[in-house]
Design a protein around this ligand. Structure first.
Ligand SMILES: [Zn+2]
Length: 391
């Protein structure tokens, strides 16, 4: 299997051992399940399915960021406890993933369950000289680790812009460098609902240290593949790498696999822009397999503008595949199977998977004594389309 590795900026051969560890940065559990999220998680779902198809034992860890500022804000707006909001949102997101036939993750850690470990890591970074204190808060000293600025390959100007755009605080007085990021936020307001008493004081962890801790605890470092949306390359994943280096781990993951966004009117779908297309709304009209098939028209590394007409096209194609599966010759079905596998092995090229299905329905020869329908089911299962439920 060939995958594009963000760190090396090229396609690399992926040759894992029997057990494969994958960590994907999950969601902040509020207002989830728009098509951008679904596209991201579908990419890793296909990766898991193909690796299992090859006989690997895959452990996919997808964290839940329940310790994060937007949740507290939203919970306050709704007048409920942030833990309750996180629980409800996580449950409804999981329901959507189940309906869309996503494989369950091996583990879905909650950041709030690992705060002690996060605080201990901040303490170790401080003792080792990779962190400094500022009015009770702790910051990572990014000048100590060159990889922090190098991982993305972005220009200094772009790093500055992204840092400002994505929650950094470049202008805070007393920081050693504008890109230094928060490891621990000191809280002295007893009414603040999310605070822990720890070795580094009372407060809560920064977002980046959460993923360093959950991934290393559950998979060990280095693990095989680290994933997430490509908006996480900087600063989030760059910060994870820097923190891990500070904690003594030169390598975090063997391959970094990122997914590009699905756009709507030229913009990334996001809560702040209010331009979201939700899977739950599409599910009122289209069956889950059709939604998956429509999204497979996007190459995960490129993404692109959402085109609603893809749903109708996918619906027609799916119908035709179902009909053809009952009549195609075994040779044509085997040809399809091998095309789908090769497409997935080519950096999860779902666009080629769709072409292979199209070729199959257009050209497969009909056979009176077809005995290949079971094999068609296993091909569709490999790409997460569930023919059995709907035929
Ligand atoms: Zn993360």
């Amino acid at each position: 299997m060939k995958l594009y590795d963000t760190a090396r900026r090229e396609y690399v051969k992926f040759k894992p051992g029997h057990r494969v560890g994958i960590y994907v940065c999950g969601v902040t559990p509020y207002d989830t399940s728009h098509l951008g999220h679904i596209m991201t998680f579908m990419t890793y779902d296909l990766l898991v399915r193909r690796l299992e198809d090859m006989g690997h034992d895959v452990r996919l860890v997808r964290n839940i960021t329940d310790v994060d500022e937007p949740i507290y804000k939203k919970a306050q707006e709704l007048g409920i406890d942030y833990r309750e909001l996180a629980r409800n949102e996580t449950a409804s997101f999981q329901k959507i993933l189940d309906i869309l036939n996503f494989k369950r993750a091996y583990s879905e850690p909650l950041a709030s369950d690992y705060v002690e470990d996060m605080a201990a890591a901040v303490d170790r970074l401080y003792e080792a000289g990779f962190a400094y204190k500022l009015e009770g808060d702790f910051y990572f000293d990014t000048q100590k680790v060159q990889q922090f600025q190098r991982f993305s390959g972005f220009s200094e100007r772009l790093l500055d812009a992204l840092n400002e755009m994505r929650g950094g605080d470049p202008n805070r007085r007393g920081k050693k460098h504008p890109l230094d990021f928060l490891l621990w936020k000191h809280i002295d307001d007893f009414k603040d609902p999310a605070q822990w008493k720890t070795v580094v004081g009372t407060g809560r962890p920064g977002w980046h240290i959460e993923c360093s801790i959950m991934s290393s605890k559950l998979l060990g470092l280095p693990f095989d593949i680290h994933g997430g949306g490509n908006d996480l390359i900087f600063p989030h994943h760059s910060a994870e790498i820097a923190q891990n280096i500070g904690l003594g781990y030169a390598e975090t993951a063997k391959i970094w696999l990122h997914v590009a966004p699905i756009l709507w009117d030229g913009e990334k779908m996001s809560k702040s822009l209010g331009n979201l297309v939700y899977a739950k709304d599409l599910l009122k009209t289209y069956e889950p397999s059709v939604i998956r098939l429509a999204l497979m028209n996007y190459q995960h590394r490129i993404g692109g503008e959402w085109q609603p007409e893809l749903l109708e096209e996918a619906k027609t194609l799916y119908q035709r595949v179902k009909l053809k599966s009952a009549t195609a010759t075994i040779q044509d079905v085997r040809k399809l199977h091998s095309s789908v596998r090769s497409a997935l092995d080519d950096d999860l090229n779902t666009v080629d998977v769709v072409s292979a299905l199209q070729r199959f329905v257009d050209t497969a020869v009909d056979d009176q004594d077809n005995k290949a329908d079971q094999e068609v089911i296993s091909i569709l299962n490999l790409i997460g389309l569930d023919i059995s439920k709907y035929s």
